[in-house]
Design a protein around this ligand. Sequence first.
Ligand code: NAI
Length: 210
Amino acid sequence: MNHPSGISELVINRLPRYYRFLGEIMGEGNARISSRELSERMGLTASQIRQDLNCFGGFGQQGYGYNIEQLHSEIGKILGLDQPKKAILIGAGNLGRAIATHMAFESRGFRLIGIFDKKEALKGQIIKGLPVRSVEDLDDFCRENLPTCAILCIPKGEAEELCGTLIARGIEGFWNFSHCDLTLKYPGIVVENVHLGDSLAKLSYNIKNK
Ligand code: NAI
């Protein structure tokens, strides 16, 4: 299946992994890497890597391999990581707190600028340098700060209710941890659903069928 950008979803799914591996390799001090070495380290074939990168014009020179730093930077630009997007997090419970605290937003193209929860008792608590705000302040906050992305760490029913409001306030992308499929309900908005349980169930299938 192709993405609206015309690139296959499968290729897009591999880009963050290229970016991560190249970032690690960059720290080893070499300037270039052959497509064969990169493929061995990533467990892909060299021809797969060439095909993937050719979707964006190709970045290697036959016989010279890839300039690691340049390829890392180009893939970062393709992913839009060089254009920081303002994000807010909704739901400062166990999950929201862990994500706000441990996720390296800046190196993934986002800046976390606000954390919101409906629980009065959490108001004013500091998480990763940001005060937890009341959901009642969302309207003013969005008007003043123009976030374009929301991270949802609230129960399913609450997320479905809140999404329309957030879209009306300028949110166009959701990193959705709530157990609901927003893509079906709001066609046209950009959603990345993350369900750790799906990944765990897949592990179970693979153990059963190994
Ligand atoms: P939690 O109960 O510790 O935190 C939820 C927080 O959301 C609470 O502080 C609550 O006051 C707040 N909240 C609820 N409705 C809200 C609203 N309308 N606006 C603002 N804040 C609101 O729960 P936990 O463990 O952090 O999990 C959050 C959700 O994420 C749960 O529904 C859970 O099922 C889901 N989850 C999803 C995972 C995934 O892989 N997608 C993994 C783990 C949990």
